[in-house]
Design a protein around this ligand. Structure first.
Ligand code: DAH
Length: 348
């Protein structure tokens, strides 16, 4: 086909065919087939372009130009049709009269929220959050904490022992920790003072389930050790955090108590959140609510972890998270936390 007139004729035929084929293409796939047929490597247009060389130079330019114009026309039309199909296929699918999709928002469990608020009180004071295992050794849970062998909390009634051989018999039997205090031991064994840690976690006790007891609950433990930390620091830190939690005018009182792992020891009360101290059912008419236990770390505990009690001193404390959540929200029954009833949980 070396006659420019013949080429022109065949091109106008090609154009007609293209128009018809494109008009008949109804889906994106069909449009693509048209593109391949008229613009692909095996298309008549491509064949023409390859044969350009057979024309004398003066005609080559004219024919070449025509071929390119046609090619651009085809490309534009195919693109247009593709765009049109795209917008047509998307638009009718959106029915604006349908009700919108509602994505229900989840929330954190009230115990988690309380836990986070508690940790947020201590973090700005330089306390690092550390965790430990729920399965621990008798040594960490009791011996190292200066809880003597004949102490009543050793008995099976107060601790879940695990019926499995201990991987480290020297550390005693395996048990589900009954408090977070064993993490004090683990941390002091692996690090040197100074230390400032708070330890959130689950603890287990075989108590019969009732409104204020659960066999699993959460505690936050605290430990601060260096060469000068005193009972005054303990009072300052705890009063600051309790007032941050329960309000700046909350009255805090320290009452002498006994814990084997601290000396001296204290229990800390806040003025009752229900009656502000005058006496009500929440506080059993006492006007005060017990919030946590604390004290100065006992020298025997330091000895058990290899610290020299003449060189270090510090305080420790421990509190129940569910109890604090119950007091802040006026919840009367600890079991509500574990029933997973959305009518309860969605209120927080
Ligand atoms: N471990 C104690 C408990 O579970 C709470 C506690 C009291 C922790 C005094 C301490 C502390 O670190 O110093 O009842």
């Amino acid at each position: 086909m070396d006659d420019p007139y013949q080429v022109q004729e065949s091109l106008s035929k090609l154009k007609e065919e293209f128009e018809i084929a494109l008009a008949q293409a109804n889906t994106a796939g069909e449009v693509e087939l048209v593109r391949v047929k008229f613009l692909g490597r095996k298309s008549p247009l491509a064949a023409h372009l390859k044969q350009l060389g057979v024309f004398p130079p003066d005609q080559r330019a004219t024919v070449g130009k025509e071929l390119n114009v046609l090619k651009t026309t085809f490309e534009n039309k195919v693109d247009e049709k593709k765009q049109a199909r795209l917008s047509q296929s998307v638009l009718p699918a959106v029915d604006v009269t349908l009700p919108g999709l509602v994505h229900p928002l989840g929330r954190l469990h009230p115990v988690t929220q309380t836990l986070q608020r508690l940790l947020d009180c201590f973090r700005p004071l330089g306390f690092e959050v550390v965790e430990g295992p729920e399965l621990d050794y008798e040594f960490n849970n009791f011996d190292a904490l200066n809880i003597p062998r004949d102490h009543p909390s050793r008995e099976n009634f107060d601790t879940f022992f695990v019926d499995a051989p201990s991987p480290e018999p020297k550390k005693g039997k395996l048990l589900l920790r009954s408090h977070t205090s064993p993490v004090q031991i683990r941390v002091m064994q692996s690090r040197k003072a100074p230390l400032r840690i708070v330890v959130p976690g689950r603890v287990y006790r075989p108590d019969p389930l009732d409104a204020s007891h659960s066999f699993m609950f959460h505690q936050v433990e605290g430990l601060m050790v260096d060469d000068r930390t005193s009972f005054t620091d303990l009072k300052g830190v705890l009063a600051h955090c309790l007032q941050r939690l329960f309000g700046p005018s909350t009255k805090v009182r320290f009452r002498p108590h006994f814990f084997p792992f601290t000396e001296p020891s204290a229990e800390v009360d806040i003025a009752c959140t229900g009656c502000k101290g005058s006496g009500c059912a929440t506080c059993g008419r006492k006007g005060w609510l017990e919030i946590l236990g604390c004290g100065m770390v006992h020298p025997n505990v330091f000895r058990a972890v290899g610290y020299d009690p003449r060189r270090v001193q510090g305080f420790a404390f421990g509190m129940g998270v569910e109890r604090i959540a119950m007091l802040t929200h006026g919840i009367r029954d600890i079991r509500l936390f574990f029933d997973n009833d959305l009518r309860f949980l969605s209120q927080f």
